[in-house]
Ligand binder design. Structure first.
Ligand code: FAD
Ligand code: N01
Length: 546
């Protein structure tokens, strides 16, 4: 029987809760996953615990939230009409604009009819005999499908700090990753922000504009470079639209998936001190991640890295008026770029304001949070509002939150007890027909993520296409292929400086989590070439069953 007829027959026999594919999450990954599989003729059900589409941009509504990759790159490429019709208004899209874009995509491709909102997937179990996944939600719904896709996001499980009393605070308490739907006004309020990661660095200048007083509780200083944010001019937008075919093609060959940042070819020490300084100054003036793409050894050699790190520290010293505060803001415990390089709009300048106090909680840690204060040592800082910019149980948190079991009853949590192990960041050996979009050991968070999402969804589509062509009922990654891939990913990570930081990339921010560098460090271009070769060679490392 031909593949389309088989699908048609399956559709005719389907009961209401039986689908060809079930997808968890309606962020950019789940949205494109739904669209792409539906285009192939599959029936798809998406479950999303939020009230609408957008994922990251639905949840992270804190003041100042925006992307750190320019909008003409940080956007879908799969539809030329969409690219041409949508007009970005700013260089780095703001959260409201990115959410509007997600909504536009949902409307344009009529996605919502296949999405169940406000429904959390609690469990999923595979049955070896029927080769079906059965998914259970917190609303008591169950559904089955041969294909089960986690589009649950890498930064979607907000994490509260393990500080005694954090639940006792009686004022308004916010986590930036689960911000209220309605705007929050800080006018006239005493606000405490815990955290100085990318999120806090965006939120602090915006909150400082409104608050009566803002206390920033910093445990680890972070490197940040100016975004040089601004409106997108008509000329720039028109040129970007005209060049889309070429920029998207180029982006797929680069380390980070950004056309603007091809792989650098020179070493830090190929140039004189003066020339290096000029190169850094140019990158600083350009803004964004440009600095890290100045030389090819910045994330490999400590000596090279230190030149860029000290350049940024000197910028901080030149910006912050109080030398003691400036030194506190200078990162000294990790190489630059080994945590996500932050982009800011006047972050360091904010510490020159009279209504902002930096509180060093590394020397003297936060001892507790009371009903009205953050207590550092024995000193209480009385506040009205507490903002927790304390990050996420990153990369594995959302998948581990679902009780996923294979046909032998083995849980994904157990399979990953020593850290995530995947084939290509796409599948886990022993868990047939379970796919992850931008899973661990794929470029994922070390890339322009919409590009990586599209690449993974397209790869899943070609595997599903192969299943249909072969009349297969399931597909699995082999244990050998997974072992080789994990070894390769770990070996690559060991050649970089990434392992030297206590970052969420390493799982270091989540108590009890095994330490390993979770994203693929080989870069987008190399990863894509590998995937393309695997497909061309007949899906090496995958077994089609039944
Ligand atoms: P998400 O957008 O996280 O969507 C996952 C969805 O799955 C969520 O809506 C969640 O509610 C849902 N979900 C999870 N578990 C369940 C469950 N059990 N049941 C039902 N639903 C579930 N990346 C970049 O490349 N550039 C940037 O500039 C950039 N900026 C960022 C800024 C912030 C503040 C954050 C937090 C991340 C940023 N990222 C950026 C990363 C960003 O997460 C990705 O770019 C992208 O939006 C991820 O899309 P996604 O669909 O994979 O995941
Ligand atoms: O989270 P983080 P985030 N006591 O984990 C501190 C993306 N993103 O939400 O470093 C005191 O980076 C913690 O301190 P320390 C981006 O990929 C992108 O900021 O552990 N402090 C740290 O300062 C980013 O990397 C954009 O010592 C405590 C902070 O909380 C990722 O999301 C914008 C503490 C957490 O920083 C996550 O960023 C925003 C405690 N007990 C986010 N516990 C863009 O611009 C935690 N901290 C694209």
């Amino acid at each position: 029987m031909a593949a389309p007829e088989r699908m048609a027959e399956a559709s005719a026999a389907r009961t209401p809760d039986r689908f060809d594919a079930i997808v968890v999450g309606a962020g950019f990954a789940g949205m494109y996953g739904l669209h792409r599989l539906r285009e192939m003729g599959l029936s798809v059900r998406v479950y999303e615990r939020g009230g609408d589409v957008g994922g990251t941009w639905y949840w992270n509504r804190y003041p100042g939230a925006r992307c750190d990759i320019e909008s003409q790159e940080y956007s879908y490429s799969f539809s030329s009409d969409l690219q041409q019709d949508w007009n970005w208004s700013e260089r780095y899209g703001t959260q409201p604009e990115l959410l509007a874009y997600a909504n536009h995509v949902a409307d344009r491709f009529d996605l919502r009819r296949d999405i169940r909102f406000e429904t959390r997937v609690a469990a999923a179990e595979y049955d070896d005999a029927s080769r079906l996944w059965t998914v259970t939600t917190d609303t008591g719904e169950t559904a089955t499908a041969p294909i089960f896709i986690l589009a649950t996001g890498n930064l979607s499980t907000p994490q509260l700090p393990d500080i005694p009393g954090v639940g006792d605070f009686a004022g308004r308490r916010f986590h930036t990753g689960d911000w209220p739907r309605e705007p929050v006004d800080f006018t006239g309020r005493r606000v405490g922000v815990i955290g100085t990661g990318s999120t806090a660095i965006q939120a602090i200048p915006a909150i400082a504009e409104e608050a009566k007083h803002l206390y920033v509780f910093q445990r680890t200083a972070n490197f940040s470079v100016p975004a040089h944010h601004g409106p997108m001019t008509d000329d720039f937008r028109a040129a970007a639209k005209a060049a889309y075919d070429e920029t998207r093609r180029l982006a797929r060959t680069t380390p980070f998936g950004i056309a603007r940042f091809p792989a650098p070819t020179r070493s830090t020490f190929d140039v004189s001190d003066e020339e290096r300084q000029e190169i850094y100054e140019k990158a600083w003036a350009m803004g964004g991640q440009a600095l890290l793409f100045s030389f090819n050894d910045l994330l490999i050699s400590e000596a090279a890295n230190e030149t860029a790190a000290e350049f940024v520290r000197n910028k901080i010293r030149a910006t912050v008026n109080d030398p003691e505060v400036a030194e506190l803001l200078c990162p000294d415990d990790h190489p630059i770029g080994t945590k996500r390089l932050c982009l800011d709009s006047h972050y360091f300048e904010t510490f020159n304001r009279k209504n902002v106090t930096l509180v060093d909680v590394r020397t003297t840690p936060i001892t507790e949070i009371t009903a009205s204060a953050v207590v550092v040592g024995d000193r209480p800082y009385e506040i009205d509002d507490l903002v927790l910019a304390t990050g996420f149980d990153a990369m594995t948190g959302a998948a581990r939150d679902i009780d996923i079991r294979n046909g032998n009853g083995l849980g994904l949590r157990d399979a990953w007890a020593d850290g995530p192990r995947t084939y290509l960041g796409l599948m886990v050996a022993g868990f047939p027909s379970l796919f992850m979009i931008t899973g661990p050991q794929s470029p994922s968070v070390k890339s322009q993520m919409i590009l990586s999402i599209e690449q993974h969804v397209d790869l899943i589509a070609s595997i599903v296409g192969r299943m249909r062509d072969a009349g297969a009922k399931a597909v699995a990654a082999t244990a050998d292929a997974q072992k080789n891939w994990v070894d390769h990913a770990n070996e690559l990570a060991e050649t970089t400086l990434y392992t030297k930081a206590n970052s969420w990339y390493m799982g270091a921010n989540t108590p009890g989590k095994p330490r390993m560098f979770m994203p693929y460090a080989g870069g987008v271009g190399r990863y894509k070439e590998t995937c393309d070769r695997i497909v061309a060679e007949g899906f090496t490392g995958f077994v089609f069953e039944g």
